[in-house]
Ligand binder design. Structure first.
Ligand code: SAH
Ligand code: SF4
Ligand code: F3S
Length: 479
């Protein structure tokens, strides 16, 4: 069994995360420790990823690091030698899922004494989580945070060699590490980080604490990565950041996301996407560039969170319902055929029925193409956690249901307008259920379609849309 605690732990600290100062980040190149390369050949790992695209992409790095250590990947946790959970803190249910999995792993570990279990990602940055692990999960072998993912090989090696729990979490971001190996999920679409962290501190959100302050990658590093992806035959890249609109502000006087998008668009990759963009610093220049280049996909995720300016203020979102709508209409005007999706939170502390009706009203105006809707979840250490909240959960659940009925109605209404149209679709494969090809249109709609001739994954084909559904479109390939 593992001992309790470790000699030299680094524990997370929200106070430190909150009082981050402006610092100059060193950009360093990652080198794999040669002494432990392939050390664990013959062993297997299972990696479970929760949360957003940022975590999915981190997992692509984590996998590559584990493979360099010698581990090979399995899809069944019960047969793995190492199980790693890359966790998310955004809402309570994300927490519950990870702890539920830890419960199952505890049983497994009772049968398989040599099983190594680790936890990383956003939950690892939360002091309450790490305290709980130290107290009740002494059998968890190692924990590391979002800022020191690159140390994974040595942390795992130490946990195994010393047979002692390793907790290595830093609340201040360290250097910006370039050159991490990556094992991409597929060979035709790729995530590319452009900015890490978030400085917005929306009052409900843990991300600024778990991911640190905004740090942009140097443009030359990004362009080099994109150039390589094009050479490798990739068709689509998604530029990633919690707020991509802030790209470059910490590095350059006059190089922004608009400039970066334009430079990448000129490189002739067929499809460019970006996510997520905060409505607050969405510039006219960006809208102009998105409208100008055919290979920047006409699809924008523009989270509104609430339709009530009073609630937006309490959320610290830095825009009003009116200024959001102005931006929304400007994007619709300048980018032909653009689809706009959003995120909405119901039941924020103090949200009254009239605030919620303003949200419904805004949805009727915007008629979103897609929307992710959530009930407010209290996150420890965030300002909204301390706000008084009188609304019973049942009422919040009813609001969510009412909201979902309205958003769904517009998904279908928008999709119906596409019947009879021809859309370009990037083919992702054949769905088991329907035995039809599937892929995503330029406007990010899921399209299921038939074809008489065989089509390869990663091809972009024209599909004639026959039937619209709420969450997908059915069609046939244009011969
Ligand atoms: N950076 C992105 C959002 C990332 S989190 C942006 O600001 O646009 C994804 C979504 O989760 C948010 O847009 C918000 O709708 C939701 N979310 C974040 N914190 C939440 C909380 N405490 N409770 C409920 N939903 C939350
Ligand atoms: Fe969270 Fe707001 Fe930052 Fe988005 S912009 S990650 S909601 S703090
Ligand atoms: Fe979750 Fe962290 Fe992403 S909290 S949503 S995995 S940045």
């Amino acid at each position: 069994m593992f001992g309790s605690g470790s000699d030299s732990m680094h524990l997370p600290d929200y106070k430190e995360a909150r009082t981050r100062d402006r610092r100059n980040y060193k950009r360093v190149h990652f080198n794999f420790d040669k002494n432990i390369k392939d050390k664990y050949r013959g062993k297997t790992f299972y990696l479970k990823t929760y949360g957003c695209q940022m975590n999915e992409h981190d997992s692509e790095n984590i996998e590559a690091l584990l493979i360099q250590l010698g581990f090979s990947k399995v899809d069944d946790y019960s047969i793995a030698d190492l199980v790693l959970l890359n966790t998310c803190s955004i809402r309570e249910n994300a927490h519950n899922k990870a702890f539920g999995m830890l419960g199952r792993l505890k049983h497994l570990k009772q049968e398989k004494k040599d099983l190594i279990v680790g936890l990383c990602g956003c939950m690892a940055q939360e002091s309450s989580v790490v305290e709980e692990i130290l107290r009740d999960y002494k059998w968890v072998n190692f924990v590391f945070g979002t800022h020191n993912m690159y140390q994974l090989p040595n942390i795992i090696d130490k946990a195994i060699e010393e047979n002692k729990q390793q907790i290595e979490v830093y609340s201040r971001e360290g250097d910006l590490v370039e050159g991490l190996p990556v094992n991409r999920v597929n060979s035709y679409k790729a995530y590319v980080n452009i900015i890490y962290g978030c400085n917005k501190f929306c009052t409900y959100c843990v991300v600024p604490y778990t991911r640190g302050r905004e740090r942009s990658r140097e443009k030359d590093d990004i362009l080099k990565e994109v150039r390589q992806l094009i050479a490798d035959g990739y068709k689509e890249i998604t530029l990633l950041g919690q707020n991509v609109n802030a790209y470059g502000k910490d590095l350059y006087e006059d190089y922004t996301l608009a400039n970066l998008l334009e430079d990448i668009a000129k490189m002739k990759i067929p499809r460019i996407r970006f996510t997520t963009s905060h409505p607050w610093d969405f510039t006219d220049h960006m809208i102009e560039v998105i409208g100008k280049y055919d290979n920047i996909m006409p699809s924008v995720h523009l989270p509104v969170q609430s339709g009530s300016s009073r609630i937006l203020k309490l959320m610290g979102r830095r825009y009003t319902k009116e200024s959001y709508l102005e931006l929304f209409h400007k994007i619709k005007r300048v980018v032909p055929g653009v689809s706009i999706s959003t995120d909405i939170i119901v039941g924020f502390p103090g949200e009254e029925e009239h605030d919620f009706l303003e949200t419904l009203d805004l949805v009727h105006t915007c008629k979103y193409d897609n929307a992710f809707t959530f009930i407010f979840s209290k996150r420890e250490g965030t300002p909204a956690c301390k706000l008084e909240d009188h609304t019973p959960l049942k009422e919040k659940e009813e609001r969510l249901q009412r909201l979902n009925e309205v958003v769904n109605q517009y998904f279908l209404e928008n999709n119906k307008k596409l019947e009879g149209k021809i859309l370009p679709v990037l083919v992702e494969g054949v769905s088991d259920k329907k035995n039809m090809y599937y892929g995503y249109s330029d406007t990010n709609k899921l399209v299921n379609f038939t074809s008489n001739k065989e089509i390869n994954t990663g091809e972009i084909v024209d599909v004639s849309i026959i039937t619209a559904k709420t969450w997908s479109l059915d069609g046939e390939v244009v011969e």
